[in-house]
Design a protein around this ligand. Structure first.
Ligand SMILES: [Zn+2]
Length: 118
């Protein structure tokens, strides 16, 4: 998991409302941001879920293959992780952050059973 930023918001839904694409751009390399923005614009983000507490969201991002992105809020810290294995913030995480800002269409998981990912 890599630290994306810190927030004073109570959950990730409020966090997404509080940030702008410019904030996301500051978290990633310019090239990574551009690619992530393209992924979002071309609707590569799907199957977006959130837990009941809205402290974990997951989404599938279509790339070379399907990647699973997890955004986790722990106290004031917001972390991102992705199955592509990059240590720094990757284009898939960027695309899910932009999805959170623009679309925010997360399906609430019926139970708090979503797993955090390393
Ligand atoms: Zn990735």
């Amino acid at each position: 998991m890599s630290l994306i930023t810190i927030t004073n918001e109570i959950d990730l839904f409020e966090f997404f409302k509080s940030i702008s694409p410019a904030d996301v751009r500051e978290c990633a390399e310019p090239r990574v941001y551009r690619k992530g923005k393209e992924y979002h614009e071309f609707d590569n983000v799907s199957e977006a879920f959130a837990n009941q507490d809205k402290t974990i969201v997951t989404a599938t991002v279509k790339g070379t293959t399907d990647y699973k992105v997890t955004i986790t809020k722990k106290e004031i810290r917001v972390y991102g992780s992705c199955t592509c294995g990059k240590i720094e913030i990757c284009k898939h995480v960027v695309s899910v952050l932009l999805y959170g800002i623009h679309d925010r269409a997360f399906i609430l998981h019926p139970e708090n059973e979503m797993q955090e990912q390393e």
